[in-house]
Structure formats: C-alpha cells, structure tokens
Design a protein around this ligand. Sequence first.
Ligand code: PLP
Length: 470
Amino acid sequence: MRYISTRGRAPSVSFADAVLAGLAPDGGLYVPETWPTFPDRDTFKRCVALGHYTFTAYEALNAFSGALWEASIVNEAYLGAKRPAPQWPLTVAPLVHEQSGTWILELFHGPSLAFKDIAMQLIGPLYEHLLSERNERLTVLCATSGDTGGAAVEALKNRERIDLFVLLPKGRVSDVQRRFMTTSGAANVHTLELDADFDACQAILKQLFADRDFADRARLSAVNSVNWARITAQCVYFHIASQILCAHGPVSFVVPTGNFGDALSGFVAKQMGAPIGRIGVAVNANDIVARALHTGRYERAPASHATLSPAMDIQVPSNFERILFEALDRDADHLSRLYDQFAQSGAFDIPADALAFLRDHFDAASVSDADTRAIMQETWEYGGYLACPHTAVAMGFGRDGQAHLDAPVVTLATAHPAKFPDTVEAATGLRPPLPPKCADLFAREEKFDALPADIELVKAIIRDRSRAWT
Ligand SMILES: *Cc1c(COP(=O)(O)O)cnc(C)c1O
C-alpha cells in the first residue's frame, strides 16, 4: 500500500514512511493511494462477538500497511506489555445504551482519559518497532489543544529511540490535562508551554517541518491527527460499533470535532465498507466546518474562541484537507490552488460538486457553551450520566433542528468527565473523581518550560535536547 500527498508534489511512500514522517514534504497530508477492503461481515461478527478489539485493530493495521505485523504490537497497545494485567477495560471502546436508538461510544478509558489514547497507544509500539528495524532515532513533535499531548506523553515516555516535544498553549488547557503532560518524570519528554493559542502552536509545528534542513537534522515526526497511523487506529471503533448496531440499516455517528481527525476516521471506515450512514460533525463556537457545510464557503474566523470544550478550540482543522481531497475527486492541483488561496485570503469557495459530496456524507451543527452546560446538567439529572464538555457538544447535535441523523445514532464520548472537573462541577454540582489508575495525578511533580511563541527558541531547545539531532 503506497501513500500519496494531498498536494500532489511529493513522491509516494510506504506506510512506514508515511507514519514516521507525519506530514508530507510538500506540506500536504498523506492518504492511501487506494482504499483497502476489510474482512467480510461474518468474520467481523465473530470478532465482535468475542470482544476482540485487538483483532480488529490488527486487521486494520495490516489492511493499511499491506504488511503482516507481529500481533504483539497491537497486544502491547491495548492489553499492556505485562499481560495478564489488563491496561484497558474488557473492551477498549465500550458501547453504552443511552435511550431508544441512541448510544454512547466511550473512548476515554485509556491512560490519559481521552480518546486520543486509542491511537497513540498503538503509535508507541509501532514507532518503536519501525525505529529499531531501521536502527534510527526520532524527534516527535506534537502541538496539542489539550489531549494529544497527554496521550503522546503516556504512549512515548521512556521509549529508547524517541524524544518527545509537546507544544502546549498556555492557559488553554485544564489542570488535569496539563498534569498529564508535565508529570511523567521521563527524561525523553520535553513539554514546552507557549504563550499562544493552539492555532499558533500548530503554525510553529508546521514551520518547523517546512524548514527542511532543520526537519531532516532533527529527524522530525509529528503525531498530530495529521498522522495516518492515528486514522488507522481510530477507524477501528467505527467499524466495530457500526457492525454491532447495523441489523436494521446503516448507523449514524456524531463526532465532537476539532481537527476533524475522528470525523475523517469515520468516513475512512465507511470507505472500507463499514455500514455507516451520515456522520454528524458537532463543533463549538469554533465552527468553520459547520459554516462551510451550510454555506459552501470555507473561511477562517478572525480569532479562535476559548470555549468550555477546549480540545475543540481549533480554527483551521488540518484533516479537513483530506476530506476535501476526496470531495474534489482527488484532484491535488485543484486542492493546492484552494489552499494557496486560503493561505493568502483566509477563505475559499468549495466547488458545487465537492460540496454535494460533503453534504452526502456529513451534517454539521455548532453548539454554544450555554447549551453545552445545559446538556451536561440534564444528562446528569435525568440520565445519571456524567459527560465531559466535548461529549456534551456532541449530545447537543441536532437539538435545535439545525441537523438531523437517522437512528441508530452513536455519539462519541471523547474524554473522561474527570479531565474537566471544574466545568463538570459547575454544570452538575458533582466533582467527578479521577479513576484509581491516576488518582495521584496532583501529587506528582510537574516539569515543563514556559516560553514565548518564538520559533527560534523552540528550535534551540530541540537542537539542544534531542538525541536524534545530527
Ligand atoms: C481532540 C479531541 C476532540 C477533537 O477530535 P479531532 O479528531 O481533533 O476532531 C474532541 N474531544 C476531545 C476530548 C479531544 O481531546
């Protein structure tokens, strides 16, 4: 299986090279040249019946890499290196029945209590395997809106061949989120708190990659949701949940959306044959995707809004580029022209055919902070379910008639409520306790560097500390 860039100006690469690089050298994102198919429905039913999350993940990894992997990679990711002590509950992604026709898919049972663990836990052993095969080291860079950083730290801490640098936007993440990034005590983890919002952190990350000399000497790799390994890992739970619930037809999903990585993963599962209907893209006040789908104009707002769901405070979702590539029938030149225009003027009009394609597969709605709070409160009071603010945004999808999906509908729950205790307590009166595995989080010592959003300072730190630098 080869991977091509959405901008069409980089050579095609293998799965291993695509995931180790993260971003393509022409500034585009890697996508598979063709869509793989997945095991037939009967095989699937058997795996699902047996609760074999790891088997399905293993099949997905093989489908996208075109190679046979050691099953131990997937087992280490989801069952823990020291079996039989399980790292995850019985299933990685439990499906909870909410009410008639609606379900909640809980993706927050990993080590840092956010859905990003599911992909990152796979990236850890995957990178280790690829790097030792090649006898190489890597500098992994990660710009985070709050949860990627913690998941990356948990997955990559103390890994022999990797130095991890996390760019964290100051004051934009919860204390629990920050502590997952600053308390690992691992010598190979370097958390940099920048005086900037997430978009500025992401812009610095992109500039570091654009400096080819620097990127090559540091052996840079990104584990942001642009990394194809994350999409590979995330399409697994869409496959499983849709196969479980599809007895009477396709299954709809609602995805709380920031960088569009999870929403794209749902689309990818559908391309591979999963029985998925439309995917609801739920956003907060940072609503570029909802505006684009409703008006046909993709236009950045003057500034990002700080909301109750900070992991989704993203103005320009990177993975939208991948879905637009599909919507443009994979015309890389056309896509490049639109993105050049976006870089200059901050907007472009989505061509009519592409817009029709997007509306076919997705619907979108924006949910305000006031509604998010009300939903957390009602869900707790009437349903006895504590939702994190991101999950609440997704639960608010379609409430005001902006959008509609056919049942059954699966809402993705992307973070544990204890990750946002202040917001959850303000809405429900209940302060959710941290689960036992991380109950000592506030007793651990923090270590990080605070600096202005200056790319030269970030470069100097990487040059100084990365063991991959040559
Ligand atoms: C990252 C994140 C999201 C958004 O996911 P994308 O793949 O970036 O769209 C939603 N909720 C939580 C809790 C997150 O951490």
